[in-house]
Design a protein around this ligand. Structure first.
Ligand code: NAP
Length: 293
């Protein structure tokens, strides 16, 4: 690895998270800057929740050009920004901040990154009935992006019925006309899925990250003509994806979402076309590095 040599002209970007040490974004964004011959450093900043306000207030005086925001700051960062992009406003969470000549603008590229990863895998979500497992922050971003992309039927399975109902109500209020329903996730154990459309099943719960986790959806209900995707990218292939593959369903792993949300952030900061291939190669290299596990 050649050492990075900062100069007086180096532009600074970064990511605020807590913890942040396992992030793969520095390698991915550094590859994008290198491809475009931009002299920039993308740094991890471990920002304790108590220090978030001060950290955000330091972006403009330090001349930091842009940052990504990750767990647990995506929602709490909003009051500290000057402007919120309409999509991030609907989601209620920000994962990208641009320092626009001293004004901090918040964006959310997670949902569009997810949709881009589907399209890259050759999956058109438009005519599908989406079954969304989980009703947290990522579920909301993904659902809004899918509705914006043309999805008209969305069934939410949340372990807490009230969380599912609240997400369905929110999506109705921001989208108006999608067919939305929420069911407690234990109902999925007993009832077969009733829809005339082909199904896209999306896991947005953390079930599958740890060895021994239960499947977030019964494998016996998955059909060979479904597309099954997981937002989890570590492990690359979750037990849900492995089970779906065995049944013959098409599977889309979560690493593509990580790539495309980062590519969209790069585009917001630089107004340049993101070098997807170089970013993907850097991500795969970082992903297979023992330190990233
Ligand atoms: P979150 O806001 O905490 O939401 C998690 C959701 O999963 C909630 O609905 C939660 O229900 C549910 N859940 C948690 N544990 C569960 C369990 N044992 N059984 C059933 N449901 C459970 O988290 P998030 O920010 O949405 O992130 C969710 C996942 O997406 C994480 O694995 C994260 O790594 C992944 N992600 C990936 C990308 C990517 O680029 N690929 C981007 C963003 C997020 P309760 O409300 O009842 O707790």
């Amino acid at each position: 690895m050649t050492a990075f040599e900062p100069t007086g002209d180096t532009q600074v970007f970064g990511i605020f998270g807590y913890p942040v040490r396992h992030t793969l974004s520095p390698q991915m964004q550094q590859a994008a800057f290198k491809t475009h011959k931009i002299h920039a450093a993308y740094l991890p900043f471990e920002v304790h929740p108590d220090q978030l306000k001060k950290a955000v207030a330091s972006i403009v005086p330090l001349g930091i050009k842009g940052v990504n925001i990750t767990i647990p700051h995506k929602e709490k960062v909003i009051p500290f920004l000057d402007e919120i992009d309409p999509e991030a406003e609907k989601v209620g969470a920000v994962n990208t901040i641009k320092n626009n000549a001293g004004r901090l603008i918040g964006y959310n590229t997670d949902g569009r990154g997810y949709v881009a990863s589907l399209r890259e895998a050759g999956v058109d979500p438009t005519e599908k009935a989406v079954i969304l497992l989980g009703a947290g922050g990522a579920a909301k971003g993904v659902a809004i992006a899918l509705i914006n992309a043309g999805v008209r039927e969305l069934i939410i399975h949340a372990r807490r019925a009230e969380a599912g109902a609240a997400l369905a109500a929110h999506l109705k209020s921001v989208s108006g006309y999608a067919k939305l329903s929420a069911e407690p996730s234990d109902a999925a154990q007993d009832t077969a899925v009733k829809t005339a459309r082909p199904v896209l099943l999306i896991n947005t719960t953390p079930l599958g990250m740890k060895p021994g986790d239960a499947l977030p959806f019964p494998a016996s209900h998955i059909k060979a003509d479904w597309v099954v995707s997981d937002l989890i990218y570590r492990p690359f292939e979750t037990p849900l994806l492995a089970a779906a593959k065995k049944i013959g369903a098409e599977t889309v792993p979560g690493l593509g979402m990580l790539l495309h949300q980062g590519a969209l952030a790069f585009e917001i900061w630089t107004a340049l076309s993101p070098p997807i291939q170089a970013m993907n190669e850097a991500l795969l290299k970082a992903f297979s590095h023992p330190r990233s596990r």
